[in-house]
Design a protein around this ligand. Structure first.
Ligand code: ATP
Ligand code: MG
Length: 171
């Protein structure tokens, strides 16, 4: 499985100007006070992964521009750029601008081509705020509770310390 390395936001929702967030590791959590932009960051990921605009908590695409929710957009457009690291370590740079710009590794594309590039890494463009990899929903849903627990323990890496945990409990 790949992971996100950096996210660059420019004038996206509550992010005024340009921000580069990251580098992220394989497991990242985002913390912050209410209204600090956590969900907006998730919206940014959904945006660059070609999610539908109505899933991003705005009515139309221009509302994604910083200030637009108050009727005073600070710029002509907003964009999100994201660096995705594939399993073999190669990086892919995805870019989506609010004026229908799509680029992969700097190459300008139509939305259809862009979505096809996303599909290659298993991102389906119909998700809401979290990325469902092809086949993942079914396979997770079909697991037994025990297998599902194992999966979450793997993702959270708590499985790495389970032996030590059990050992200490016995002591
Ligand atoms: P919570 O913990 O309550 O879920 P959060 O960290 O998820 O908070 P967000 O929903 O990401 O918070 O951010 C909400 C803030 O983003 C609000 O203050 C809202 O006014 C601001 N916001 C949303 N759209 C825009 C925009 N286009 N321009 C400027 N600010 C915006
Ligand atoms: Mg939130």
């Amino acid at each position: 499985l790949g992971y996100l390395k950096h996210i660059e936001l420019e004038n996206f929702k509550s992010y005024a100007g340009k921000f580069v967030i990251g580098p992220f590791k394989r497991f990242t959590s985002i913390v912050g006070s209410n209204g600090s932009g956590k969900s907006n960051l998730m919206d940014a990921i959904s945006f660059v992964f070609a999610d539908r605009i109505r899933h991003l908590r705005v009515k139309n695409i221009r509302d994604l521009i910083h200030g637009a929710h108050m009727g005073t957009p600070v710029a002509e457009k907003a964009h999100v750029r994201l660096v995705y690291v594939q399993e073999d370590g190669t990086e892919i740079d995805f870019y989506r601008g609010s004026s229908s710009e799509y680029r992969v590794n700097g190459v300008v594309m139509t939305s259809r081509e862009y979505i096809a590039e996303l599909a290659k890494i298993g991102v389906l463009a119909k998700t809401k705020n979290f990325l469902v990899y092809q086949g993942a929903v079914e396979s997770i849903a079909l697991k037994s509770p025990k297998e599902r627990t194992q999966l979450f323990e793997e993702i959270s890496r708590s499985s790495e310390v389970v032996e030590e945990y059990q050992q200490r409990q016995r002591e």
